[in-house]
Design a protein around this ligand. Structure first.
Ligand SMILES: [Zn+2]
Length: 184
């Protein structure tokens, strides 16, 4: 396909003004594109996403198995993109409900930190900032998963296979969590 690039930053691929269709749109240093004809100025900002680290009663961590690309078949944490107007905690509770059919207890949410990520999808490298939370669910009894995942696995912290985790940010979240729980 002519002109098609692999997982390009989106601001590099825009050649026509999304506002008026004019050619020769300028890519600026702040990752925005600006049209000299109509003044349309599109900022391609980092997207907010959430990830939940759920432990069972014996301290095992729940990891999901991705059903689709990107990172099909790899391990992941439950989570996803934050919708417009949504708080991160609302997004995480919603994603846990949608993916796992489980109810997360909002009072249990404990912020772990933010982790930059690149999410390759449809030949675009989306830049995200993943907000990570430790959280509890009312019960682990679920057999109904969304189509986004093929199932879940529970791992003791020392047994998490980090090389089978798909995204850099998720691996960083797990590494930070493991470091924080290390007994010194
Ligand atoms: Zn324009």
């Amino acid at each position: 396909m002519p002109g098609r690039t692999d997982f390009s930053d989106p601001w590099k691929a825009i050649r026509f003004c999304p506002g008026c269709g004019a050619k020769g749109i300028t890519v600026r240093a702040d990752r925005s594109v600006k049209c000299g004809r109509c003044g349309y100025h599109l900022h391609l900002n980092v997207a907010a996403a959430v990830a939940g680290l759920i432990e069972d009663e014996s301290g095992r961590i729940l990891l999901t198995i991705r059903a689709a690309e990107p990172m099909k078949g790899m391990l992941d944490l439950p989570g996803g993109f934050v919708d417009p107007g949504e708080a991160a905690e609302e997004a995480l509770a919603r994603e846990i409900r949608e993916e796992l059919n489980l109810e997360a207890q909002r009072s249990s949410f404990q912020y772990l930190g933010s982790f930059p990520n690149i999410y390759p999808y449809g030949n675009i490298a989306y830049r995200t900032l993943d907000l990570a939370y430790r959280c509890s669910v009312e019960t682990f009894a679920t057999e109904k998963f969304s189509q986004e995942i093929t199932g879940v696995k529970l791992f003791s912290p020392s047994e998490i296979p980090l090389d089978l985790v798909g995204f850099d940010s998720i691996r960083s979240i797990l590494t930070a969590y493991l470091r924080s729980t290390e007994v010194s």
